[in-house]
Design a protein around this ligand. Structure first.
Ligand code: AKB
Length: 320
C-alpha cells in the first residue's frame, strides 16, 4: 500500500482508518473520499487531501485514482442494516452498483480493493455458535443480501480478472470517535454515551441477544493487516470471519456498572432491529483469519469498557 483512496472516509470506520493509514504510510498519499453533506473536518481535513468520490459515480472514482496514482481502495460506503431495511433500493444501489464501479476501476487501473462484509452476511439457517468460516449464508435482510453479494462479486473479480480483493466480516464496531448510524449493533456504542453522560439507557435489543462485537482499534488493525498479508498464505479472500468478543445487552450493562454503579438500563425493543439481530450469529469462529494472516484481537469487553469510558469522558468533558 502506498497511495490509498478511502471511500466513505467520514463514517464510523473511515474517519479513524484514514487517520491510521496517514500515520502508518506517511511516505504515501491517503485520500479522504467523501460525498457532499459529509465533508471531512478538523484533523481529517487538514492532515491530507480529500476528494468528492460518490461510489455511484464511476468517473469520480476513476479520476481520484488517476490523480493520486492510487494502488489501494478502501470501500466503506454502505447503508447499515436497519437503514437498509428502510431503504432497500438505495442500499442495493450503494452497496452493489457502487461496488461494481469500484471493481471496474480497480480492474482497469490495477488497484487492490477492501470492501468489508459483516456478521450480517449470515442468516437464520447459519449455525449460531462458533459460526464457521465457510457455511450457509442465506441472510434475510437487504443489508445481508448485499454483503453476501459483495463477497461473491469480490471473489469473482479476483478469480476472473486478478483484482486483489480482500475482506473481513466485521462484527458490531464500538468506538468513541464517530457514531455509527442505522445499524443493529449501534446500541453497544450508545450505551457507553448514556453511562458517561449519567443518563438512563433505553435498549432497543432484547436481553439474551448475543452478537459479535469489536473495539475499533482491533477492527482497524484487521483492515490494514489483511491488505498487508502475504497472498501466498491466503486460502480465503472475501471474506474472513474475525472475532474478539460476544455479548448481550445485560453483559455490557454489567461491565459498565462496574464503573458506574448507579447506571440504569431499561428495554424498549425495536422489532426491526431485533428481527435482524435474531437472524445473526451469536459468535463467529475466526480460526481461518488467525491461521492465514495472523489475526489476533487485543481487546476484550473489560479492557474495551475501561478505554471507552476514559476516552468518552475526555470527549464529552465529563470530569468524574
Ligand atoms: C450493523 O449493525 O448493521 C453493522 C454490522 C454488524 O454490520 N454494525
Amino acid at each position: 500500500m502506498k497511495n490509498v483512496l478511502v471511500i466513505g472516509s467520514t463514517g464510523q470506520i473511515g474517519s479513524e482508518l484514514t487517520m491510521k493509514l496517514r500515520k502508518q504510510y506517511h511516505q504515501g498519499t491517503i485520500v479522504a473520499g467523501y460525498i457532499p453533506g459529509a465533508e471531512p473536518k478538523g484533523e481529517l481535513l487538514e492532515s491530507g487531501p480529500s476528494e468528492i468520490v460518490n461510489v455511484c459515480m464511476a468517473h469520480q472514482i476513476a479520476e481520484a485514482v488517476d490523480k493520486y496514482d492510487i494502488d489501494t481502495i478502501y470501500n466503506l460506503a454502505a447503508l447499515l442494516s436497519a437503514t437498509a431495511e428502510r431503504l432497500p433500493l438505495k442500499a442495493w444501489d450503494i452497496q452493489m452498483n457502487g461496488l461494481l464501479n469500484i471493481l471496474e476501476v480497480a480492474r482497469e487501473k490495477h488497484c487492490a480493493v477492501f470492501t468489508p462484509s459483516s456478521i450480517g452476511s449470515f442468516g437464520p439457517d447459519t449455525p449460531r455458535d462458533n459460526t464457521p468460516q465457510d457455511t450457509i449464508q442465506r441472510p434475510t435482510s437487504m443489508y445481508g443480501v448485499t454483503k453476501v453479494a459483495t463477497e461473491l462479486l469480490s471473489d469473482y473479480y479476483f478469480h476472473k480478472f486478478g483484482v486483489d480483493t480482500r475482506s473481513v466480516r466485521f462484527p458490531g464496531l464500538i468506538s468513541y470517535t464517530t457514531l455509527p448510524g442505522g445499524g443493529t449493533t449501534d446500541y453497544a456504542v450508545e450505551i457507553y454515551y448514556a453511562a458517561v453522560k449519567g443518563e438512563e439507557f433505553v435498549c432497543p435489543i432484547a436481553a439474551g441477544t448475543y452478537m459479535d462485537m469489536m473495539y475499533m482499534p482491533d477492527a482497524l488493525n484487521a483492515a490494514v493487516n489483511i491488505m498487508e498479508a502475504d497472498p501466498r498464505y491466503l486460502i480465503h479472500r472475501n471474506s474472513f470471519n474475525i472475532a474478539s468478543m460476544s455479548f448481550d445487552p445485560e453483559e455490557v450493562y454489567r461491565a459498565i456498572k462496574k464503573h458506574y454503579p448507579n447506571f440504569k438500563m431499561r428495554y424498549e425493543v425495536d422489532p426491526i432491529r431485533q428481527a435482524i439481530a435474531d437472524s445473526w450469529p451469536n459468535k463467529m469462529d475466526d480460526i481461518c483469519a488467525r491461521k492465514e494472516w495472523g489475526w489476533t484481537p487485543r481487546y476484550n469487553l473489560e479492557k474495551m469498557t475501561a478505554d471507552m469510558i476514559h476516552n468518552l469522558k475526555i470527549k464529552l468533558g465529563v470530569l468524574k
